[in-house]
Design a protein around this ligand. Structure first.
Ligand code: FE
Length: 379
């Protein structure tokens, strides 16, 4: 097995200084993980880059791997890659399959300054966006960050007497180019691409099926301090993204301070984006009930007040029905609730109101700062 390098891409946390964009080309230890913090994290996560080995092991386990941008990045089988490769022209195959390099200043995308997205020529996965492209003067298309950290994989390359880090499509393993540490802010990275490995889709043009995200659904759960609920749900297979925020109150654009000290009526709430083919809403309800105590009224442990109430904000009438039914079943048949009344509010889709993402410093709190809230382990 080839040595797989572990790389930290600071692609979501743009507030970080370029010097903090840790890039360990020859690291033997993984750098500290730091998940993306922006509420619009879908296209801008930051984390330890996925390695080929990690991706392959999840595929072996049969799990569908979904990126934060909601793309299915489960590694394709060899037979599927072989099938896709039939469409390649010889000069494309020489780079994409045989890891060749096109000549500098010869690629058709070097000087492309149009707005749009660069997708994998072999499998269609979005890899880079025009807003991360810069003129490196090298003669190859250059970017300072990928479209999504989970869309690119890395491998140590010591061919041609050089020590380099190869970049590959995380889904089909197409050779894309190499990444270097001499890029511009905010990441300090230069992803050096072969034009032939990419296809460009103009902004506003229809995206082919292979370049589209999966269909996801959203759900909203309030179960006390959002740090812990977000942390646990984010780690749940099938959950694409978990965002901390405020919901269910009377004021617009509430701040944390207002929610704590003013009578806003908002509850600390976690918005989940999930893949319904991997996890059903009912399974999320069960997780939510495991991660908090639905019998505590307007509190969770030491946290007192309406902002810590237990609530389910339904995104659809179907979710509302399922949530009510789930609570009835739990109250009637779960011995845990035999002598304790479930007080969780179910707020219908019509009344749930708007979800307001919390301040950046609340997002991914435990992933960034360590620690965890006291919650039962999964069964
Ligand atoms: Fe690909």
């Amino acid at each position: 097995m080839k040595t797989v390098l572990l790389v930290l891409l600071m692609v979501g946390v743009f507030g970080a200084a370029a010097g903090a964009a840790v890039w360990t080309l020859r690291a033997s230890e993984p750098p500290t993980d730091e998940r993306g913090a922006s509420p619009s994290k879908a296209s801008a996560p930051g984390s330890v880059a996925p390695t080929k080995d990690e991706s392959m092991s999840s595929a072996k386990a049969g799990a569908r791997k979904i990126s934060r941008a909601a793309y299915d990045v489960t590694p394709l089988s060899k037979s599927r890659v072989d099938e896709l490769a039939k469409k390649l022209k010889p000069e494309e195959a020489a780079v994409i399959l045989a890891k060749g390099t096109e000549r500098a200043f010869c690629g058709n995308l070097v000087d492309n300054k149009k707005d749009g997205t660069y997708v994998c020529r072999l499998c269609g996965l979005p890899l880079f966006a025009s807003d991360a492209k810069f003129d490196s003067g090298t003669g190859w298309p250059s970017f300072f960050q990928p479209f999504d950290k989970d869309h690119v994989a890395y491998e140590h390359d010591n061919t041609l007497g050089m020590e380099r880090t190869e970049i590959l499509c995380a889904r089909c393993e197409a050779h894309l180019g190499h990444v270097f540490e001499d890029g511009p802010r905010p990441t300090g990275l230069r992803f050096c691409l072969n034009s032939v490995s990419l296809e460009f889709i103009d902004k506003g043009a229809p995206w082919p099926e292979a370049s589209r995200p999966i269909e996801t659904q959203v759900a909203y759960f309030a179960g006390g301090c959002f740090w812990g609920v977000e942390d646990r749900l984010q780690q749940t297979p099938g959950v694409v993204e978990a965002v901390s925020g405020y919901m269910g109150g009377r004021t617009e654009n509430p701040t944390y301070k207002e929610v704590c000290y003013e009578n806003t009526g908002h509850a600390e709430t976690v918005m989940i984006t999930f893949d319904p083919k991997t996890i059903a809403y009912k399974e999320l309800l069960a997780k939510f009930f495991r991660y908090h105590d639905p019998t505590q009224l307007n509190r969770q442990g030491p946290d007192h007040g309406e902002q810590y109430r237990s609530a389910i904000f339904a995104a659809t009438p179907e979710q509302e029905d399922q949530a009510k039914k789930f609570i009835e079943e739990q109250q009637a048949s779960n011995p845990k609730f035999k002598a304790r009344k479930i007080v969780t509010q179910v707020v219908g889709a019509q009344r749930a109101g708007k979800f307001y993402p919390a301040e950046d410093y609340h997002q991914d709190y435990h992933a960034k700062h360590g620690g965890h809230c006291a919650m039962p382990e999964d069964e």
